[in-house]
Structures are given as structure tokens and as C-alpha cells.
Design a protein around this ligand. Structure first.
Ligand SMILES: *[C@@H]1O[C@H](CO)[C@@H](O)[C@H](O)[C@H]1NC(C)=O
Ligand SMILES: *[C@@H]1O[C@H](CO)[C@@H](O)[C@H](O)[C@H]1NC(C)=O
Ligand SMILES: *[C@@H]1O[C@H](CO)[C@@H](O)[C@H](O)[C@H]1NC(C)=O
Ligand SMILES: *[C@@H]1O[C@H](CO)[C@@H](O)[C@H](O)[C@H]1NC(C)=O
Ligand SMILES: *[C@@H]1O[C@H](CO)[C@@H](O)[C@H](O)[C@H]1NC(C)=O
Ligand SMILES: [Cu+2]
Length: 185
């Protein structure tokens, strides 16, 4: 019990921000591809090019948006013009570090090219990031999984960094919170 209390305290005190680049240098990739996060850590996705998404799936169906036990979180398509001077950003907070979270890009064909991402994937056994990516690359193309684009427009008015952030808790077993945020960087 004492250990639990201390662990909770430490985890709360050390909440970190983990930045993930999406499509850097024109690649169909998240960088890094897989991260380890503690409860309370915020994962921030910076969309650097093209027209990608961060969309939650399951290990079993890497290229389909999760529908059960709850709707997966979804950044929607984030288009970045070649001459863009601002980039869209999307973030969510990890509420349960012992539940692995699986993601893919919903742009046509990107998931099948290995554009997938994981939080707290196992490092050994059947459900590693590598196994997930391999499964994604063997998944049938399925354009009906395209993200719904529920996120707000990236063309925000000039505002202090973070001021446009909204946060919507996602309830249910998966225990992640989604926040669509379009910070002008
Ligand atoms: C993008 O290119 C820059 C410059 O070559 C390099 O420093 C950076 O590591 C690259 N990033 C990725 C994700 O490939
Ligand atoms: C981004 O991709 C989606 C899905 O392919 C498409 O519907 C949308 O028009 C694209 N956005 C832009 C600005 O090209
Ligand atoms: C495509 O995705 C939808 C939504 O996840 C699913 O209902 C459908 O069965 C999938 N089709 C194929 C061919 O995988
Ligand atoms: C980018 O290029 C498009 C098309 O030429 C133009 O309409 C837009 O104003 C440009 N945006 C910036 C930020 O330069
Ligand atoms: C966290 O996830 C694990 C594994 O999925 C689950 O057993 C546990 O009940 C979850 N804890 C909370 C507080 O939701
Ligand atoms: Cu993509």
C-alpha cells in the first residue's frame, strides 16, 4: 500500500510530454515509431508534411479504426501544404500505462506501408510494435476506415502556444483522453 502510494506520487510528479513527428522529411512514418509512456504523460503529435492522421486501432486490426470497447481517438486528416508556415498538432494523455495503445495513419495505403505507432507495446512476446507493423503491412487496403476528420481546422487564429487546446476525456476501459489541439508553432 505504501509502495502504491509512492508510485502514484512519483508518476504524478514526473508527467512528461513526449513529442512524435508525423511525416518528417516526407516519410510515411511516425518518429519515434513506438514510445513508452507513464500514466499522465502527454503524447504530442506534430504533423510536418503531407496529409496524415493519428487514428487508434487494435492490435488485431491494425489498419481499422477501433470501434470496441469504445471508439478510437482520431486526429482526422491533417493536411500540411509544402509552403506551410504553421503545423497542426494533436495530443492525448495516457491514463493507463499498462494498456498498450495502437495507432495507424488512415490516409489511403499508408498503414499498409507500415505507417503505424504504438504506446507501451510489449518488448517481447506476440504483441510487439514490430509484430503490429508487420500485421499492418499485410492488412488488406480498406479505404472505408478513413478518419472522420472530426478535429478542428488547422487554420487557427494567432494565439499563444497551447491556447487553442481543447480537451475531451474519453471514458471507458481504454482510459485515454483525447485532445485536439492546433497550436501555432
Ligand atoms: C529529417 O532530415 C533531417 C535533415 O537531414 C534530419 O536531421 C532528421 O533526422 C530527419 N528526420 C527524420 C524523421 O528522418
Ligand atoms: C487529405 O486526405 C483526405 C483523405 O484522402 C482527403 O479527403 C482530403 O481532401 C485531403 N486533404 C487535402 C487538403 O488534400
Ligand atoms: C473495412 O473497415 C470497416 C470498418 O472498420 C469494416 O467494417 C470492413 O469490414 C472492412 N472491410 C475489409 C474488406 O476489411
Ligand atoms: C502556399 O501556396 C498556395 C498556392 O500557391 C498559396 O495560395 C498560399 O497562400 C501559400 N501559403 C503561404 C503560407 O505562403
Ligand atoms: C489498466 O489497464 C489494465 C490492462 O488493460 C487493466 O487490467 C486495468 O484494469 C486498467 N486500470 C484502470 C484503472 O483502468
Ligand atoms: Cu499517412
Amino acid at each position: 500500500m505504501l509502495f502504491f502510494a509512492l508510485a502514484t506520487l512519483v508518476s504524478a510528479a514526473s508527467a512528461a510530454t513526449i513529442t512524435v513527428q508525423v511525416g518528417a522529411n516526407g516519410t510515411l512514418a511516425y518518429n519515434p515509431t513506438s514510445v513508452t509512456a507513464a500514466q499522465g504523460d502527454e503524447i504530442v503529435f506534430q504533423f510536418l508534411a503531407k496529409n496524415h492522421t493519428v487514428t487508434q486501432s487494435t492490435f488485431a486490426a491494425p489498419c481499422d479504426i477501433m470501434t470496441t470497447p469504445m471508439a478510437g481517438i482520431d486526429s482526422g486528416f491533417q493536411f500540411v501544404a509544402p509552403n506551410a508556415t504553421q503545423i497542426p498538432q494533436y495530443s492525448f494523455t495516457v491514463n493507463n500505462a499498462t494498456t498498450p495503445l495502437w495507432f495507424f495513419c488512415a490516409q489511403t495505403g499508408h498503414c499498409q506501408k507500415g505507417m503505424v505507432f504504438a504506446v507501451n507495446a510489449a518488448t517481447t512476446g506476440a504483441k510487439t510494435f514490430s509484430a503490429f507493423q508487420t500485421a499492418a503491412m499485410g492488412a488488406s487496403a480498406n479505404t472505408s476506415t478513413a478518419a472522420s476528420g472530426s478535429a478542428p481546422s488547422a487554420s487557427g487564429t494567432a494565439a499563444p502556444s497551447g491556447a487553442l487546446m481543447t480537451r475531451a476525456s474519453v471514458v471507458g476501459m481504454l482510459a485515454v483522453a483525447a485532445a485536439g489541439a492546433f497550436t501555432l508553432l
